[in-house]
Design a protein. Structure first.
Ligand SMILES: [Zn+2]
Ligand SMILES: [Zn+2]
Length: 571
């Protein structure tokens, strides 16, 4: 009797539950290509139903229609394509907001920077703009972001004397698109006391003219030593602006999980403040720079089960072992195709730190079970990382660490089995094939090394899941351009760089959805259209799996939906 009672009670509860649930679906989507991203082959469903921010039902249009209640919003896709929202494989969320406020001096198609004169013009215009006045007033500096010597007519970096045309009484710094170099004007050198006698800092360099005078071009730590104190002047108002603008940039491209992949202590404080003030409406995960000390990871917002608080969490730590290939500061085992100015033909770039220090940091991450993201571009830096992970594995190995290799731009084929052995997950950067592909052939690497950059095909074939990233603000957080480069590998000049490393559009979408969710340890709630997962969705005007892959870059994002709520709609 008792048993029957329990069964009855269970039935009553579960039956009414089902009824209640289905009668109150918040919304349904139907009449379009709904790609689930589950499995090795593309799979479609006819309709999905959302309730309380989650995907409550997946089925046929008929099934879902029978579950529509009075309050259910019916969203007719009109033939458009619905996908799980994208997750950012690697980028710098705070700096994306920052870059949208400072002067844009990126090369076309993203900005006006095609020669020195256009950079000077852009800085002059910005300094009179609302953002410019606001910024100069707060920081006392003029800042431009994104010049690229490889795309300038002069094929060189501007120097102090060029920037002096913008101002001789306000200090100026312009940042290279790689984020690894910068140029300052004469006023900045004066304020900073940089002269002929100033030595190069550790892990950085001041480029000099024939007489040994610094010409204004700063590499790596020489640049960070100038930039970081400027950024330190950011106040709460400015931080809020960066957080707001950053989210807009990501949401409009369908990214609803964004990464801050090398947070400073000041940025960590800004994020925590922002989270407390409820500023986040997309999910943001930060990875503080491990060299800044462990305090950044022990805050309230770090959880071992990867849970967000107010849409923010600390995911682990970031380590940086070398520079950028396009800026010729990446640490290679073989010399550069054409050495940068002032270097001999055997120049191979340089490490950020000695082996002993790399081992120390990787061990620290493993010992604390912090997920580690490690920037390595040159194959020598990748060797160093592999060696350090091996040492950390031996000392503090644990299951499922999902250590990530960020960029891996010049990964060698013989290094891939070592990544498999050590379970290092690659987050590759095939966007380089478009932005710097021609430059890699002519100047940085030459054939055949240039053809093998970001070898997505070989890495996937070795059995690894990968993500493909934009490293914003190095490039815009443009999901469709990421997909385009990953699938097509077409350079600016129209050549296909390393065609055998192209992957299918479906695999390309995996790098932005299911595999990216895995990188974040969030495969239980994101990355596929599956009942029970979050309703983080993106609507595209065309199906990337059904058009000529060369047109993928022109697909428009129609709407981005975070946990059932629209956070971006195409104007
Ligand atoms: Zn990096
Ligand atoms: Zn980065």
């Amino acid at each position: 009797m008792k048993f029957i009672y329990i069964v009855l009670a269970f039935c009553i509860v579960s039956c009414t539950d089902t009824k209640k649930e289905t009668a109150h679906l918040d919304s349904i989507y139907f009449n379009g290509d709904i790609i689930t991203m589950e499995g090795d082959q593309p799979g479609y469903v006819e309709a999905i139903g959302i309730k309380d921010g989650r995907i409550a039902r997946v089925g046929t249009q008929e099934e879902l229609m029978s579950m529509v209640g009075d309050s259910t919003i019916q969203k007719d896709l009109n033939g458009k394509t619905l996908l799980p929202a994208f997750l950012d494989g690697h980028g710098h969320f705070y700096s994306v907001g920052f870059a949208s406020i400072v002067a844009n001096i990126l090369p076309p198609p993203d900005g006006p920077g095609h020669n020195y004169e256009s950079i000077v013009d852009a800085l002059n215009q910005w300094k009179e703009s609302e953002d410019g006045k606001y910024f100069i007033d707060k920081f006392g500096w003029i800042i431009g972001n994104g010049y690229d010597d490889s795309q300038l007519e002069e094929k060189d970096h501007p120097k102090s004397i060029d920037l002096d045309k913008v101002s001789t009484d306000i200090p100026i710094i312009i940042l290279h698109q790689s984020g690894h170099l910068g140029v300052i004007n004469s006023k900045a050198k004066e304020i900073l006391g940089i002269t002929k006698d100033t030595p190069n800092p550790n892990g950085g360099s001041l480029r000099r003219d024939a007489n040994g005078n610094p010409n204004g071009v700063l590499e790596e730590n020489a640049m960070y030593n100038v930039l970081v104190p400027i950024l330190g002047k950011a106040d709460e108002d400015f931080d809020s602006k960066c957080i707001k603008k950053g989210q807009e940039e990501y949401a409009k491209k369908g990214y609803l999980t964004a990464q801050d992949g090398r947070s400073s202590t000041a940025q960590m404080a800004a994020f925590i403040k922002g989270a407390e003030n409820g500023l986040f409406y997309i999910d943001v995960v930060s990875y503080p720079d491990i060299t800044l000390g462990p305090e950044n990871v022990t805050e309230d917002y770090y959880s071992t089960d990867h849970q967000y608080k107010n849409n923010y969490r600390i995911g682990g730590v970031k380590l940086t072992l070398d520079g950028s290939p396009q800026g010729k500061t990446a640490w290679l085992t073989q010399h550069y195709h054409v050495p940068p100015q002032g270097q001999d033909k055997d120049y191979k770039g340089y490490p950020v730190m000695p082996d002993s220090m790399a081992i120390k940091y990787v061990k620290e991450a493993f010992q604390n079970k912090w997920q580690l993201l490690c920037h390595t571009n040159g194959d020598a830096a990748i060797d160093q990382y592999i060696m350090a992970v091996k040492a950390a594995e031996e000392a503090y190995g644990y299951d499922d660490h999902r250590t990530v290799m960020i960029h891996g731009q010049t990964l060698r084929k013989d290094q891939i089995p070592q990544l498999v052995d050590l379970e290092i997950m690659p987050s590759l950067f095939p966007m380089h094939t478009f932005y710097w592909g021609d430059w890699h052939v002519e100047s940085v690497l030459g054939h055949p090394r240039a053809d093998y950059i970001s070898p997505c095909r070989d890495v996937i074939d070795a059995g690894l899941k990968i993500t493909s990233h934009h490293d914003a603000p190095v490039t815009f957080p443009n999901s469709l351009r990421v997909l385009d480069a990953t699938v097509n590998r077409v350079t600016r000049s129209g050549a296909v760089l390393g065609p055998e490393q192209r992957i299918s559009p479906y695999e390309g979408l995996k790098t932005l959805t299911e595999w990216a969710a895995y990188q974040y340890f969030e495969e239980d709630r994101k990355g596929t259209i599956t009942e029970g997962k979050l309703a983080d969705l993106v609507i595209l005007d065309k199906n990337p799996l059904k058009i000529d892959p060369l047109n993928i870059k022109d697909i428009e994002i129609i709407e981005s939906i975070k946990e059932g709520k629209t956070v971006y709609r195409h104007p």
